[in-house]
Ligand binder design. Structure first.
Ligand SMILES: Cc1cc2nc3c(=O)[nH]c(=O)nc-3n(C[C@H](O)[C@H](O)[C@H](O)COP(=O)(O)OP(=O)(O)OC[C@H]3O[C@@H](n4cnc5c(N)ncnc54)[C@H](O)[C@@H]3O)c2cc1C
Length: 468
């Protein structure tokens, strides 16, 4: 929708303005396609708040775009002024990569229209939020496997891979992406699909590297009717007890059917183990696995089945900005990958710096044996687990301790050979990010694609693909 249509829509529906980043610029538009804001404009600060409050970035120009023509004008302006360009959809980048301090930021927040087509495909603007997608698709019986946090943007999530509680059964978000539109560093529009190098690159490494993705087209799948949830909790934890339970959890989660997902979440004080499943009945095998968990955990907090829509809503999480530092804690194949450092990690997380160590199950349909171009460039399909280290704080004086705690856990993992990381959980501490996110061979090919579509390196941030 363009600016005029958007304002009409807002006036009629009275929606969205409550969300951070959705505020409408009151200043007269430069055109119907884009509004350019500079720090002296009163509306400017409405577009500088990111989900991660740790960052306070101030681009020279923010281009609030409504249409592809608006994006082209923004790129032309940035090129004319030799400004680096950052791209923002949902604004949830862990490292705030969607805003820069010295350049032009393309804000796509209002390019968020979406529609389920008669053929069952879902076409969407880049800034549709995951919760908007679920609230729209699920009542129509359709689904795309993506993450669960409600305000994450569909573009940012998908371009890095995109996994969630349905991924073991149905794969990554990129596995359902069929086509996208992108405006490259020269301002040229491309519509690409399977068979194109650019499509391969955008399915795993598309975040702010080659251009601005303005539209995504997905296949959808039949949504399951229900989701079952089992949650176990333990307190009075020692690093030794945590390690013992972790070992058991790795073994149990490896036996789960693909319809199930599990998360191991140690928040320093308590350990929560969640299992979700879309199976209509509890198989004897799963019953046995749950019993084993019950024996080592203190209590079962949840054991229920909900209709999918209310079930998914339980995992939307916080919808408003937070102070945090989260990062990939690496991919693992089994407990053996972290066994040597598990106790030390649990000890560090327990030390009270607001740290949280989480491991999620992957595997199942994410795996693509003998990965070919058709699977996109996301290189971590063989791993069965993804770790994430998180820290949260309220007061500024807690920040240094929280950030140092994250680094400590990262060092332990790196020292133990954990070196593959998820590009959608980026961290500037990762100095070999090129291979850690993309793999060496893929990175070289991505550089060649960068050269073709963004030869002047217009799109750049600390961990963007570099020209060769
Ligand atoms: C609370 C929270 C929960 C999360 N949960 C999950 C999860 O369950 N599963 C999962 O896979 N990931 C998850 N993530 C990670 C998430 O996938 C990434 O943070 C994602 O990049 C966010 O996308 P965005 O559009 O919201 O963010 P943005 O900050 O707008 O963008 C993130 C990156 O993508 C680039 N980008 C954004 N839009 C475009 C575009 N249109 N064209 C080109 N480049 C673009 C930006 O330049 C930036 O580098 C979570 C993150 C948070 C903060």
């Amino acid at each position: 929708m363009n600016r005029r249509q958007f304002l009409n829509f807002i006036a009629q529906a009275g929606v969205l303005a409550a969300y951070p980043g959705f505020a409408v610029a009151s200043r007269l538009p430069t055109t119907d396609d884009v509004v350019f804001l500079t720090p002296s404009d009163s509306d400017y600060t409405m577009h500088t708040d990111l989900f991660n409050k740790r960052f306070n970035r101030h681009p020279k120009i923010i281009a609030v775009c409504f249409t592809e023509q608006g994006v082209q004008s923004a790129i032309a302006l940035a090129r004319g002024k030799s400004l680096p360009v950052a791209v923002r959809s949902g604004g949830h980048s862990f490292e705030g990569f969607s805003l820069n301090d010295d350049g032009l930021s393309i804000d796509l927040t209002l390019m968020n229209s979406f529609k389920l087509l008669d053929n069952g495909q879902f076409v969407t603007g880049p800034a549709c939020r995951l919760m908007e997608m679920y609230e729209y698709l699920i009542p129509q019986g359709r689904l795309i496997p993506a993450g669960s946090c409600g305000m994450v943007g569909i573009a940012g999530l998908t371009l890095g891979g995109g996994y969630g509680i349905f991924s073991r059964e149905h794969g990554l978000a990129i596995d359902w992406l069929k086509r996208l539109r992108l405006i490259d560093g020269l301002g040229k529009i491309h519509e690409v699909e399977q068979g194109s190098d650019l499509f391969w690159a955008c399915r795993g490494a598309g975040n702010g590297n080659f251009g601005v993705v303005t539209q995504l087209l997905f296949d959808t799948l039949k949504a399951p009717s229900h989701i079952s949830r089992y949650l176990f909790q333990a307190g009075n934890l020692t690093p030794q007890r945590l390690s013992k339970i972790a070992k058991l959890w790795f073994s149990i989660s490896a036996q789960l059917p693909n319809e199930a997902f599990s998360a191991f979440v140690h928040n320093g004080k308590k350990l929560n183990i969640l299992i979700t499943s879309t199976l209509s009945t509890l198989t004897p095998g799963m019953s046995d696995l749950l019993k084993q968990l019950e024996q080592v955990m203190d209590k079962r907090l949840l054991d229920n089945t909900l209709e999918l829509m209310p079930g998914i809503r339980r995992y939307y999480g916080k919808l408003t900005p937070l102070n945090f530092k989260n990062a990939s804690a690496g991919y693992y194949r089994s407990y053996a990958d972290i066994e040597n450092v598990a106790e030390k990690i649990f000890e560090t997380v327990s030390q009270g710096n607001g740290l949280l160590f989480q491991i999620n199950t992957l595997g199942g349909a994410i795996r693509k044996p003998g990965q070919t171009d058709a699977a996109g460039c996301y290189p971590h399909r063989d791993y069965a687990y993804l770790g994430e280290i998180q820290s949260y704080w309220e007061n500024p004086e807690q920040e240094a301790g929280a950030v140092a705690g994250v680094a400590q856990v990262q060092q332990l993992l790196a020292g133990n050979g954990i070196n593959a990381h998820y590009s959608n959980y980026p961290d500037t501490n990762y100095d070999k990010w090129q291979t850690q996110y993309y793999g060496a061979a893929n990175y070289t090919r991505l550089q060649a694609i960068k050269k073709q579509y963004d030869p002047d390196n217009v799109f750049r941030y600390p961990q963007s693909i570099k020209l060769g």
